[in-house]
Design a protein around this ligand. Sequence first.
Ligand code: FAD
Ligand code: NAP
Length: 513
Amino acid sequence: QVPLKPGRSLMDWIRLTKSGKDLTGLKGRLVEVTEDELAKHNKKEDCWICIRGFVYNVTPYMEYHPGGEDELMKAAGTDGTDLFDQVHRWVNYESMLKECLVGRMAVKPIAAPKEMKAVAYIVFLQQIPEDETILCMKTFITKYIMVCSKKVYIFFFTVFLFYSYDWFQTDSLITIVVYTKQKAKLVIVDCQDKRLRGEIVIDDHSYLVEVDLYHAVQEDLAVNITEKVGKVEIILKKKENIHWKILGQPLENHNTFIKRTDRGLFYRKCKLVSKTEVTHDTKLFCLMLPKSTHLHVPTGQHVYLKQIIAGTEVVKPYTPVLPSLPLDFKEPSCHDGAHIYLMIKIYSCGPFTQALEHLQVGDYISVSNPEGNFKKSQVQTSEDLFLLAAGTGFTPMVKLLDFALTEVSCLRTVKLIFFNKTEDDILWRNQLEQLALKDKRFEVKFILSQPTKDWVGKEGKISSSLLSEFVKRSRKDSKVLICICGPTPFTEQGVQYLKDLGYSQEEIHAFTA
Ligand code: FAD
Ligand code: NAP
């Protein structure tokens, strides 16, 4: 983030987009843009960018971009989709930039190579609704295509045969089975009205079953994951005990297996069931998932919340925590799976958190699927775990602490170094101190940047000397993992200091967007 000039906040941008001002310079006309035309608009005062086939005139937005003008200029006059996805694919640009829309990119006709055509046929075949005869025909034709075009065989085999689904029924149940052949990292299922969406994440890929069901089902559903054989079952309860001829009509992304980052974010509405104070400016929001949703947010991952603010969709990331720290850690903590807890700091001038502050118990808010690149296996092989958190950068550390202390037996030390401005800002201080008393492996150190004169603890900001004092291997060659989270400059400086102190990239995990 760069400091924005006064009058250039998100709210100012939303106001400008609603003012009726012609922001594209085209008086509301939409044009078809060729690559040559796009390339001409590559200056700050005349800057067009293409995202997913749509071209935007971003010149009026320059001064409002939280990442700064230079970042935006990196994509000037070009297709900025990849850059956008790398930095913040979750930002709802369609809504934020809708008044800047110039038009669509002109489509260049391309001759599809033979292999691609074969793949397209197979994809087409996968879309056809199934009964047994059609299934047989599909299998036959698919095999024929595979024989004709050997090059697509491997692609086809891994993509479509490896990850495929089957379904069967009893009088009262519909069971959809997906054989993943390996451990599914994450299974997320939603059933809204008759639309079923089941996403299975395997490594960094996602397989999707997405159908408009043939008949209605009851609200509650169940998901069984058999890790050993790599099988996922989605069990739906029929509303009426009648025989289903087909599972339903496939929807747009049904039966596809693509990179997880290429899958659009999916949201469901969750009910706010409680909002409790954590500190003077931070609250614990408890959201209830719909009965027809199966979703566990993995340790180290975040979700996105979406709200309409002054008529514009705004999206921000938040990292789910637990309702409390694992003070009783004999058994792995069990979480009911029906609730998501978010610890959120309310900023007096933050449009998103101000809107959250105004949410009432009983209101609904859109919550996305989880994202993030933290791998639990990083902790499972560590002997010393260091958690460096600043402010709400504490949030990813909550589940991490729970996981480390309840499920990782090889850990000898777990140390949280928690940076805050004042004592009043320390989140869950009491619980952290209790946890340190209960578990000899856990230690917490509070460091304040703006303490009152009564503070007898450590004072300062993240620095090389503070880190060399607190981050030390328990044995000369012990395996260490250092996780860091806070304001971007805090995280960036921290990572640099750690590297200067001799820690390798593999020993550091920085939580970022
Ligand atoms: P903003 O408008 O973003 O303002 C927040 C503060 O930043 C204000 O003090 C404002 O004055 C200042 N500010 C705004 N723009 C700029 C700028 N351009 N330059 C400098 N300062 C600026 N937050 C939580 O509370 N809990 C979480 O669990 C959590 N998880 C997160 C997970 C991830 C992966 C990330 C990236 C962020 C997370 N955040 C979390 C932060 C959260 O997404 C929002 O950024 C935060 O809630 C502020 O939103 P806002 O719109 O209310 O305020
Ligand atoms: P804060 O109260 O403003 O700051 C917490 C501590 O960090 C204070 O001691 C503060 O010192 C210090 N600090 C702030 N900016 C710093 C900088 N530039 N360099 C070094 N130290 C700095 O923090 P907050 O308002 O809770 O903000 C938390 C941040 O964490 C947000 O930016 C949020 O987006 C981020 N976050 C990220 C994730 C993620 O997964 N990526 C998750 C949760 C939160 P000073 O006295 O100098 O201010």
